[in-house]
Design a protein around this ligand. Structure first.
Ligand SMILES: C[S@@+](CC[C@H](N)C(=O)[O-])C[C@H]1O[C@@H](n2cnc3c(N)ncnc32)[C@H](O)[C@@H]1O
Length: 209
């Protein structure tokens, strides 16, 4: 199946018009979507809460490759290497550690914003969707939200879980955005060589009013 972070970037770029485009990837992890966005954007900012993910993303930016142990089973691993497509201009991507709920002042506004599989990891998803997101997207800019809506007490207090998550997202975003597109976007998480988890994220693409 298609690589999920790549599919997110392609979905967003496929609907984007004009140049130059400046993009923000919130919850960018080790940067796969951010690098993919740089195929067409003049600048991409990737922000993640995890210092070690941002270190890995910066390693990929610097050398275009990152070695890592791929779990076979138990403690057995195979040395593996992730590589960024050499046609991507990696210096267009800037990674920083940050909290999506407390973003640095002066971050600016963006033509494209990606928040892939982030909301169900946040302690306050309603604040994020209703207060943070509208201030980040330029008029007519595009926002791609994806989530399997896997609410968990590990990340979000139960009082803050959404019930009908798509309806809640729509209610929160509708004052600022028009829904342009909605589809299932599957992803596969590998635990070890014989165990994978197959999930469908709800991908919704919004245009800023
Ligand atoms: C499920 S992963 C999704 C990664 C990537 N966007 C993707 O779709 O493959 C969630 C990511 O959000 C990051 N994250 C969690 N809470 C965050 C926060 N408050 N601010 C920024 N990033 C956060 C995690 O470190 C992790 O990289």
């Amino acid at each position: 199946m298609r690589n999920f972070p790549e599919a997110c970037a392609r979905l967003l770029l496929g609907q984007a018009k004009g140049t130059p485009l400046i993009a923000l990837d919130l919850g960018c992890a080790v940067g796969r979507s951010a690098f993919e966005l740089a195929r067409r954007c003049s600048e991409v900012v990737g922000i993640d809460y995890s210092r070690s993910f941002i270190q890995s993303a910066n390693q990929l930016k610097k050398s275009g490759r990152l070695t890592f142990p791929l779990c076979d089973e138990g403690k057995s691993t195979t040395p593996s290497c992730a590589k960024v497509d050499p046609r991507i201009k990696r210096n267009k991507v800037h990674f920083q550690v940050g909290d999506a709920l407390h973003l640095p002042q002066g971050l600016g506004t963006f033509d494209l914003v990606l928040a892939a599989n982030l909301i169900d990891r946040l302690p306050n998803p309603t604040f994020f969707a209703s207060k943070v997101i509208p201030g980040l997207v330029k008029p007519n800019g595009l926002l791609l939200f994806t989530s399997p809506y896997t609410w968990s007490k590990e990340y979000t207090p139960q009082s803050k879980w959404w019930r009908d998550s798509f309806a809640t997202l729509q209610k929160l975003l509708q004052p600022h955005f028009r829904l342009r597109h909605r589809q299932n976007l599957p992803f596969l998480l590998r635990e070890h060589r014989r165990k994978f988890q197959y999930t469908f994220a709800d991908a919704t693409l919004w245009q800023r009013l």
